[in-house]
Design a protein around this ligand. Structure first.
Ligand code: FEO
Length: 166
């Protein structure tokens, strides 16, 4: 079954959204580098890589379905934040938005009776549960830590140990 124009266009949009996510997390990483939170910077840099992998999954899926990849302009992300907790709060909010985008895409695939796409998107549905949970967990920790500098540095160190394969 040939992929419909509607589904193809929506996947291309999501491909750009994933690239924007990568750009946003790279910007957060750069912000942390400049604030000397090396562990948070590394975590965000790995996250940026992961988002690039999400974009490439959609890219490869379109290619496999004989669709056409169409890359779009990517908006410049914000580049400075007031505190580590604000950065992670925004990352969490961003992931919730992405989950909604994925849900809308699943709904479109179902409406178009494109069950192959619906099936491929289940990977993203599961991934979003993880992404939201991880970001929310870090936000909770940062809120608990508050202004306690030594615990903030401990968390920075802990997040810096995240492996790039996660
Ligand atoms: Fe690709 Fe963080 O969603």
């Amino acid at each position: 079954m040939k992929i419909s124009e509607k589904v193809q266009s929506a996947i291309n949009n999501q491909l750009s959204n994933e690239l924007y996510s990568s750009y946003l997390y790279l910007s957060m990483s750069a912000h942390f580098e400049s604030a000397n939170f090396k562990g948070f910077a590394k975590w965000m840099r790995n996250q940026a890589q992961e988002e690039l992998m999400h974009a490439m999954k959609l890219y490869d899926y379109l290619v496999r379905r004989s669709g056409r990849v169409q890359l779009k302009a990517i908006e410049a992300p914000k580049n400075s934040w007031a505190s580590p907790v604000q950065v992670f709060e925004e990352a969490y909010e961003h992931e919730m938005k992405v989950s909604q985008m994925i849900n809308d895409l699943v709904q479109l695939a179902l409406t178009e009776k494109d069950y192959a796409t619906e099936n491929a998107l289940q990977w993203f549905v599961n991934e979003q549960v993880e992404e939201e949970d991880t970001a929310n967990d870090i936000v909770s920790k940062l809120r608990l830590i508050g202004d306690d500098k030594s615990n903030l540095l401990l968390l920075d160190r802990e997040l810096g140990m995240r492996s790039s394969a996660e």
